[in-house]
Ligand binder design. Structure first.
Ligand SMILES: C[S@@+](CC[C@H](N)C(=O)[O-])C[C@H]1O[C@@H](n2cnc3c(N)ncnc32)[C@H](O)[C@@H]1O
Length: 230
C-alpha cells in the first residue's frame, strides 16, 4: 500500500529530492560510518518490546537485518528511491516488512496503532522534527516505546559552534542537519521518561522515551503542531 505525501513544503520536497538523488550511492557514502553503526543498530533493536513496530525513515533498509524475528513491522520513508533499495534488501534477507512511502511529519497511520516506533539517523533530516516526533507519539499506544539513534549537536561549546558553522554542507549534500537538539525535541513533542546515552562522544546518541498521552492532549498537541507548521 502506498500512502499520500500530505506535507509538501519546499523543504520537504527538497529533502525528498536529495535522498532520491543520493540513493544509488548512499550505502557507499556511509560505508565507513556503518562499521560503527552496526553495533548501535543491533543494540537498539534488541531493546524493542512486544507488539507492532513502525520504523520511520527506513532509508535503504540497513536496520532490516536486525528486526525481531516473526514480528509485524511496517517501515516507511519519504524517498521512493531509498525505499526501492530497502525493498531489494528485504527480499535478499527474506524479511517480512511492509514498506511504504510517506512523510514522518504527517503519518497516515491511525492513533495508537503501534507499540514501538524506531528510527535511526532520521530526525536530522526531517524538516520539522518536533512535528515528526509528535506524529510518532500520536501513532504510539499509551505507554508505547520510542527508540532512536541520532546524531545531534554537541554540548561542548567549541564543537557545537563548529557543527553549527558546518551545518549547511551536509544539509546541501544529503539534507541532514548536524546541529539538532534531538533529545530536547523528543521532550518538546511530549514524550516522557526521556533517556539518552552517548554512543560516540556526545554527538551520536541512543534516545529512549515513552508515549503517555491521554486521549484529550493527544489530539490537542497534534493540532497545535499542524497549525504552527509551515
Ligand atoms: C540519513 S538517512 C537514514 C536512513 C536509515 N534510517 C539508516 O539508518 O540508514 C535519512 C532517511 O530519512 C528519510 N526522510 C527524510 N525526511 C523524511 C520524512 N519527512 N519522512 C520520512 N522519511 C524521511 C530520507 O529519505 C532518508 O532515507
Amino acid at each position: 500500500m502506498t500512502s499520500q505525501l500530505a506535507t509538501d513544503t519546499r523543504e520537504t520536497r527538497l529533502t525528498r529530492q536529495r535522498y532520491d538523488r543520493i540513493a544509488p550511492i548512499y550505502d557507499a557514502l556511509e560505508w565507513m560510518m556503518e562499521w560503527r553503526a552496526r553495533r548501535w543498530r543491533r543494540d537498539l533493536w534488541s531493546r524493542v518490546g512486544t507488539g507492532r513496530v513502525l520504523e520511520l525513515g527506513v532509508g535503504t533498509g540497513k536496520n532490516i537485518r536486525y528486526y525481531p524475528e516473526g514480528r509485524d513491522v511496517v517501515a516507511m520513508d519519504i524517498s521512493e528511491r531509498m525505499l526501492a533499495r530497502a525493498r531489494h534488501r528485504a527480499e535478499r534477507l527474506s524479511a517480512t516488512v511492509r514498506l511504504e512511502v510517506g512523510d514522518a511529519q504527517v503519518l497516515s497511520y491511525a492513533d495508537a496503532s503501534f507499540d514501538v516506533v524506531v528510527a535511526t539517523f532520521l530526525f536530522c533530516s526531517v524538516p520539522d522534527p518536533v512535528l515528526g516526533l509528535t506524529e510518532a507519539k500520536r501513532v504510539l499506544k499509551p505507554g508505547g516505546q520510542l527508540l532512536l539513534v541520532e546524531h545531534v549537536a554537541s554540548q561542548r561549546p567549541v564543537l557545537r559552534r563548529l557543527m553549527q558553522w558546518l551545518d549547511p554542507i551536509p544539509l546541501h549534500i544529503w539534507g541532514a542537519h548536524i546541529d539538532r537538539d534531538t533529545v530536547d525535541n523528543v521532550r518538546r513533542a511530549g514524550f516522557i521518561d526521556v533517556a539518552d546515552t552517548n554512543l560516540s562522544l556526545d554527538v551520536v546518541k541512543r534516545i529512549e522515551a515513552r508515549a503517555l498521552p491521554t486521549p484529550a492532549n493527544l489530539s490537542d498537541t497534534h493540532d497545535q503542531h499542524r497549525e504552527g507548521s509551515p
